[in-house]
Each structure stands twice: as structure tokens, then as C-alpha cells.
Design a protein. Structure first.
Length: 239
């Protein structure tokens, strides 16, 4: 799963990396090295005119049937991730999967070691690529009882592969640049076609991982020091 990630790119850097030409009128989010569920995040999606745009949504998909803000917040905390295996059929996610997909940009993400690898229980790792990475995501729009709308998003995860499986059994689904346009296109609605877009041959290619301080465990901590590597000692060091 992915429960924390980091993004320290500026708005202009995101616009350039994701080839966005539309104007952005939303809030400017600060660099964040400890993004937590329900926080406002950047996403990339197609707008109603079919043009790629940068938008801000809250992390954690609000269940469409939520009756009030308290239920909405509760549902968000339980729906920060959707699984590739079931996203197309789960009631909370299936409509968004077929009609409202997005990319969620990140500088990297955190994962906590499990019993799958030779690490201390709950040892945090920072996983990153050579530049910005793009999580496959879905988004939706919830109408509150007062008539206002709140937009939210979830990250799609998949079984971990290669060296990442020694840290945790799940990983985000990453999409290469050549698949972005089809992924964002709301006209692509076939379950088979959408699922095929997530089937990347080498999903861990270009990624690296290293252990970091447990300071990331606290939502009160932030800043670039959270992604600085630490030494685990010879018995636990794998890469």
C-alpha cells in the first residue's frame, strides 16, 4: 500500500513535466515531504474540454453515498488506495475507474518493511525514481448536503515486484509517459482496455529504495531531512 508520499516540485515544474498548457487557478501547495491522507494534493487529469490540467483534490476517495461531512471524512481515511485486482468492481471505486482517472505526481513515497524482508518491523523506506513519478489514480466529486462539492482521489496499488517485494507486498501502480493520454481519456471506458494500461511489463524499473528515519512516522514531522538515508547495520542492509 501507499500511505505517505513526498512531492517537492513546484507548480511550474509539474506543468512542464506533465505537458500541461491550461492555466492553473487553484491553490499553490507547498513542498511536502510527509503527505498524509485527507490532505490536499496535486493531480493531473483531463478537463471537460479534453485538455490536460493540474488540479488540487483531497487524498482519499469519498464514498458517493456519504450522507454528511463526518461520513465523508471517515470514508476518505478508508479509501486512500484502490487495488488493481478489484478497483473495477468495488462500489466506492468502479465509477471513477471507468470515467474519472488521474495521475498523482510524486517525488517518491514511503513504505514500511513487513515480514517479507530482512528488516526491522516497520522500518520506513523511501522509494523514488530519477525524477518525478506518476501514480495511477482515480478521482470523484462528492456533493455535500449544503450543495457544495468536494473532489477527492485515490492511488491504485498492485502487488510489489522485484526488490520492492522485500520491503512490502504492495506498491503503487506507476504509469509510463506513453500511457498517460489513454489513462486520462474519459472516452476510454472498457474495463479490459483500462486494466491493460496498468499492466506494465517492468513496474519497478528505474526505482530505488533506501531506509530513512522513523521520524516520518509522525505526521507532525516534515522537511527534506525525512528523505535522508540512514544506515541499518550489516545484518539488515540489502541494497
Amino acid at each position: 500500500m501507499c500511505g505517505r508520499y513526498a512531492l517537492n516540485a513546484s507548480q511550474d515544474e509539474l506543468m512542464d513535466a506533465f505537458e500541461i498548457s491550461t492555466d492553473y487557478a487553484g491553490p499553490i501547495l507547498p513542498a511536502d515531504w510527509n503527505i498524509t491522507p485527507t490532505r490536499e494534493i496535486y493531480v493531473v487529469r483531463d478537463n471537460r474540454e479534453g485538455m490536460r490540467e493540474l488540479a488540487t483534490l483531497s487524498w482519499g476517495l469519498i464514498a458517493p453515498w456519504s450522507d454528511n461531512p463526518q461520513d465523508a471524512l471517515r470514508s476518505q481515511s478508508q479509501a486512500i488506495n484502490a487495488r488493481t485486482e478489484t478497483v473495477h468492481e468495488k462500489p466506492t471505486f468502479k465509477n471513477a475507474f471507468h470515467q474519472r482517472r488521474c495521475l498523482i505526481p510524486a517525488s517518491g513515497y514511503y513504505e514500511w518493511a513487513t515480514e517479507l524482508g530482512p528488516y526491522s518491523t516497520k522500518q520506513p523506506f523511501f522509494i523514488h525514481g530519477k525524477g518525478l513519478i506518476a501514480f495511477a489514480g482515480i478521482w470523484d466529486r462528492w456533493r455535500a448536503p449544503d450543495g457544495s462539492y468536494q473532489e477527492s482521489a485515490a492511488i491504485i496499488t498492485r502487488p510489489a515486484v522485484e526488490f520492492l517485494a522485500t520491503v512490502h507486498h504492495r506498491m503503487p501502480t506507476f504509469l509510463p509517459k506513453e500511457r498517460w493520454s489513454d489513462w486520462l481519456d474519459p472516452q476510454v471506458t472498457s474495463t479490459h482496455e483500462i486494466r491493460a494500461l496498468m499492466a506494465v511489463e517492468h513496474p519497478a524499473e528505474g526505482l530505488s529504495a533506501y531506509p530513512v528515519s522513523s521520524r516520518v512516522n509522525s505526521t507532525a514531522n516534515n522537511g527534506p531531512a525525512l528523505i535522508e538515508p540512514i544506515e541499518l547495520g550489516e545484518p539488515e542492509t540489502l541494497f
